[in-house]
Design a protein around this ligand. Structure first.
Ligand code: H79
Length: 436
């Protein structure tokens, strides 16, 4: 970037780690996608996929009436699932604002909802001790100055058509609008812990968003905020905080210039982010728990999305999954909170994910398949003193085989430890062994 880096972009690695510690310890957050697209209930990109003209999309604005909206219930569900922060779509690509913004009439206040929906949400989650994150869409399909590109619905088919449609549009004015809206969001709702901007692509990047100045403003208004990487700013030089792969599980801890960086995968229950009535691709509770474990085993966070309905509720499929995850978390969150990838010196046993708490020096072995009686731990000898099942705190006995006697010696190497597991798998989705 041509501009000089501001002071905050020069914080040391240690300073950054300290600022982000609550977030790296938290490991698990709730994403919430809520907007007018909850009314058609067939994907938050429905305006794009179905080429819906503005006039026709208006009907969802006029019908948006979340009469069952009770953010205390949402917050209670997030808490029950073990989520430590939440991120709400204050405005998605459709351009509709959930708060009472001064800078647009395309907002919840002007719909049958008739009020600011963000303030009570922020209050409800804070009251549960859950940190507050705002998602803000850089893309805006409603603002009259947002320059139309190939992914703008209803998508003009040709370049000429787009150029004609852009007569009179001034992206600079849209930049000012974003700054005004972000100023509201970052000054009127108390401390905001996370900002999730979305997103840059072929059509638009840091020039079109004025990303450098946007980030400067964000840091000025909320110096401790954690900002994602979607502003199209150069690697770490420009001071974004987290890498955010979308519906994707990386092979290993994500790096920038060879250095491990904080990362968060955002994931959905069923594919769509907005409430989708007819989607049949819902992940199961054990799949979702496995996703959380695998993410932490690679040093990342999981931001798991709920798309509330048009009437303002989490639907029963979402609640069932949040409850299932919560039941597991109640007994096993020790292997998640404050944990990270295990040191390389520990070899990952077959069909297992390891997580490690570096402060407590405890290792967690997640058994994705229950073996018959023996779990072989290569090179673990002398690295722990006690082993227990995490769900009930019951002792697991172990031994290191010797060269003499046992039939196990032929396939066992020096330094191995064998855990004596019960024949029956404990009655939990994914059993965990804690090494102390
Ligand atoms: O808010 C959620 C999504 O709506 C948004 N980010 C998450 C958090 C998002 N949707 N898609 N993407 C991000 C990735 C971009 C996809 C695109 Fe395309 C490829 C845009 C244009 C080409 C697929 C095909 C989607 C639209 C057309």
């Amino acid at each position: 970037n041509a501009q000089e880096r501001p002071a905050w972009a020069k914080e040391t690695k240690e300073q950054k780690e300290k600022r982000m510690k609550w977030w790296t310890d938290a490991r698990f957050g709730m994403f919430i996608h809520w907007g007018l697209y909850a009314v058609p209930a067939r994907h938050e990109w429905v305006k794009y996929y179905e080429r819906i003209p503005d006039k026709e999309y208006e009907k969802y604005f006029n019908l948006f009436d979340p009469d069952l909206y009770n953010p205390k219930q949402w917050a209670a569900k997030a808490k029950e699932a073990g989520m430590k922060y939440f991120v709400i779509t204050t405005k998605h690509h459709e351009g509709f604002s959930l708060w009472d913004t001064k800078y647009s009439d395309y907002k919840a206040t002007k719909t049958p909802a008739g009020r600011d929906l963000i303030k009570p949400m922020v209050e409800a989650f804070r009251a549960e001790g859950i940190k507050v994150g705002f998602y803000y869409s850089l893309i805006d399909w409603h603002h009259p100055d947002f320059e139309i590109d190939a992914s703008h619905p209803p998508t003009p088919q040709g370049k000429d058509e787009r150029e004609a449609a852009n007569k009179g549009r001034d992206q600079k004015k849209y930049q000012a609008y974003m700054k005004n809206q972000l100023t509201e969001l970052l000054t009127q709702f108390g401390p905001i812990d996370v900002l999730f901007t979305d997103f840059s692509y072929d059509g638009k990047g840091h020039k079109e968003w004025d990303s450098e100045n946007l980030l400067k403003l964000i840091r000025k208004l909320q110096p401790n905020i954690i900002v994602n990487d979607r502003l199209d700013l150069n690697d770490t030089d420009w001071g974004w905080d987290i890498k955010t792969p979308e519906q994707f599980m990386p092979r290993e801890w994500l790096t920038v210039k060879g250095e491990k960086v904080p990362w968060e995968t955002c994931q959905t229950f069923s594919g769509s982010w907005g409430y989708h009535r007819d989607e049949n691709s819902w992940k199961s509770v054990p799949q979702l728990i496995a996703m959380l474990i695998e993410t932490v085993s690679k040093g990342g966070n999981l931001l798991l999305n709920v798309g509330p309905t048009a009437r303002g509720e989490f639907d029963e499929r979402a609640n069932e999954r949040l409850e299932g995850i919560g039941a597991w978390m109640k007994q096993h969150s020790r292997s998640i909170y404050g944990c990270t990838q295990a040191p390389d010196s520990f070899k990952v046993p077959q069909n297992c994910f390891l997580t490690y708490n570096p402060e407590k020096k405890r290792m967690y072995i997640h058994l994705m398949q229950w073996p018959f009686k023996s779990l072989h731990l290569e090179g673990f000898k002398g690295k722990f003193k006690y082993a227990q099942l995490l769900n009930d705190g019951s002792e697991i006995k172990f031994y290191s085989p010797t060269k003499e006697g046992s039939h196990t010696t032929e396939t066992t190497k020096d330094g191995d430890v064998i855990l004596n597991l019960p024949v029956q798998k404990p009655n939990v989705e994914i059993p965990v062994i804690e090494l102390i």
